[in-house]
Design a protein around this ligand. Structure first.
Ligand SMILES: [Zn+2]
Length: 240
């Protein structure tokens, strides 16, 4: 069965995010990242560690017994989304279900140059920043702007319908239409890995994967280098 929103994508999408929709977007954001493979449902604010849905709000954290709070509180998440979308080049794509429920989001924006990207996304390590800059420099001038696909999320109950693929493709096509290299960062266990493969993006950092019996497994090979801060991270690029 082809869902209604796939047959009428134009009706299901809004060209831009309306202010009153931010709350809905923040709720979906928390739902997406609270589910596998991220399992960031609750947070220990002392250690900034995340815990999955098997824990509950107010429970003492396993790390230090600080009481767990929601990982992505609404107001904080709205602030983050506003900051992300405040860039004038931001593009946001969403899909709604036939019941008008927000079920998929994807956004990206232009970043001035590779150094700015590295400083923004790898705040913890100048060493990793320079590795990222050197790696991307093999593909594009470090002074040139790039289009960064920042966040893609699909409601857990609507996964497997290629909706994430659809919106990622739209952002990729948009970035390439500006004649900019398109970059995104993810995690080897994320469904975004399959999407990157489908879109024939080049992996330039992190563990390589293959899909066996519908499960993502590491091949043991490394693309480029491993991120010392979080060795699960992967980075992809597509050139115009
Ligand atoms: Zn803790």
């Amino acid at each position: 069965m082809i869902p209604e929103y796939e047959r009428k994508p134009e009706l299901a999408k809004l060209p831009e995010l309306k202010e009153q929709k931010e709350k809905e977007l923040a709720l979906l954001y928390a739902e997406v990242f609270g589910a596998p493979p991220w399992n960031e449902a609750w947070r220990c604010s002392s250690c900034n560690k995340f815990y999955g849905a098997e824990y509950s709000q107010g429970q003492p954290s396993p790390c230090c017994s600080t009481l767990l709070t929601i990982a992505y509180p609404e107001e904080e998440t709205i602030d983050y989304i506003r900051e992300e979308l405040s860039n004038p080049s931001s593009q946001i794509k969403i899909i709604r279900s036939p019941e008008n429920q927000l079920i998929v989001f994807a956004w990206g924006y232009q970043i001035e140059n590779t150094k700015k990207l590295a400083q923004k996304k790898w705040t913890q390590s100048e060493e990793v920043q320079s590795k990222v800059i050197q790696t991307i420099a093999k593909y594009t001038s470090p002074e040139s702007p790039i289009f960064y696909i920042s966040e893609v999320g699909v409601s857990p109950s609507f996964r497997g319908n290629k909706l994430g693929l659809q919106l990622t493709q739209e952002l990729l096509d948009f970035g390439l239409s500006l004649k900019k290299p398109v970059v995104f960062r993810t995690n080897w266990a994320s469904p975004m890995m399959r999407i990157a493969k489908r879109l024939e993006m080049s992996q330039i950092m992190g563990p390589k994967i293959e899909v066996i019996n519908n499960e993502i497994v590491k091949t043991g090979e490394i693309a480029g280098f491993l991120d010392d801060i979080n060795s699960d991270r992967t980075l992809f690029i597509s050139l115009p």
